[in-house]
Design a protein. Structure first.
Length: 364
């Protein structure tokens, strides 16, 4: 499992403002909806919303079909974490090649089993529409130790030029060698991307003749995202911009967000501070079937903890079991459980309430 991803998860959701009225002797005295009890202390809840954004490697307007095992992979993934309390939008890029638990869907859309595979494959199950996007959300939730995915948003990759040109183009510094692909992206120069050149910049990988992994491409995508965010902030001054953009994207976009939710999300993101987090570090190798596999390693998590890049980590699954990395597991900012991470006081209270509801409503 992804130890580094768990660390990011804890970083995003751990509450920082601790009130002093409650005590450990009576932890639930004065409990209210604005507080949560964690690890012997009380913390203020944050207004946090998570949105999984994915680019699907289909080069046409988005449609749904009847085949529950199609070939549309999630080629580009990021988790947008909107923290309205802090006024920050954090972006966690996710490597499409990351190995994680994937849910397989049957012909009627039912869950028929799970397997360990590349994150990108989660979108191949389903009709290619919202069901596939939600299945990808399920895989990301599993990857991040059960974090709730509030909304999903899937674009076909053809949407990149549409979004790019709607904001008037995005300026980037070209740090990779694109000479095998195009002469319009000279290495070492700043270029303002327009049209299909934007798609070439964010998507090119194996056809560049060099690095075959997804790592360099993710760095490029993060750079493009920062430039796009700056342009979106300027565009937000135009009240009609979002409506016009959504009309243009209607055939390229699949989402469970309503129009009002999209408007609220856009206004919030364009006004808040953007933080693009580093993706979890690890190693890429060629798997048994000849495809790239990305594995996050515990040494990378330990290094991130020591450097301060990651503040804290919570783990309940380990690379080697029984756990053997004593330097990581004995670290003062690491909390470990024997695969019972869901057995919190809050979780047990919810389970008890659900059991009461089931018994009460039985036979009604």
């Amino acid at each position: 499992m992804l130890a580094a991803a768990a660390a990011v998860l804890l970083l995003l959701y751990r509450w920082e403002n601790r009130p002093t009225a409650q005590t450990e002797d009576d932890p639930y005295a004065g409990e209210d909806e604005s507080l949560t009890y964690y690890n012997g202390g009380w913390y203020a809840r944050r207004d946090v919303e998570t949105v999984l954004v994915m680019g699907v490697d289909k080069y046409a307007a988005q449609t749904s079909g009847d085949n529950y095992n199609q070939q549309q992979q999630a080629d580009f993934l990021l988790l947008l974490v909107v923290d309205r309390t802090a006024g920050v939008c954090r972006v966690l890029p996710l490597n499409r090649d990351t190995m994680t638990e994937i849910t397989a869907l049957g012909l009627a859309g039912e869950q028929v089993g799970t397997f360990n595979g590349q994150l990108a494959l989660s979108h191949t199950y389903g009709s290619g529409g919202l069901d596939s996007a939600r299945n990808t959300g399920r895989a990301v939730s599993s990857l991040l130790y059960g974090v709730d995915i509030d909304h999903v948003m899937a674009f076909t990759m053809d949407a990149v030029p549409v979004i790019n040109d709607a904001v008037g183009g995005v300026t980037v510094l070209v740090e990779d060698d694109f000479s095998a692909v195009t002469d319009q992206l000279p290495m070492g120069q700043e270029v303002t991307l327009h049209g299909d050149l934007a798609l070439t910049f964010v998507q090119s990988r194996g056809d560049m003749g060099g690095e075959k992994t997804n790592i360099n491409r993710m760095s490029r995508q993060a750079a493009y995202l920062r430039g796009l965010y700056t342009r979106l902030q300027s565009a937000a001054q135009d009240e009609s911009f979002l409506v016009q953009l959504l009309l243009e994207l209607s055939s390229y976009l699949t989402t469970d967000c309503t129009a009002n939710q999209l408007n609220d999300l856009y206004r919030t993101v364009s006004q808040d501070r953007l933080e693009v987090l580093d993706p979890p570090a690890g190693e890429t190798e060629v798997g048994d079937e000849g495809y790239m596999e990305f594995h996050v390693d515990e040494a990378a998590l330990l290094a991130a903890l020591e450097s301060g890049k990651v503040r804290a980590a919570g783990l309940d699954v380990y690379a080697d079991e029984p756990a053997s990395n004593s330097a990581l597991y004995s670290h003062p900012m690491v909390s470990c459980t024997p695969h019972i991470g869901a057995a919190t006081v809050e979780a047990q209270k919810r389970i008890g309430a659900e059991i009461v509801d089931i018994i009460t409503n039985f036979g009604k």
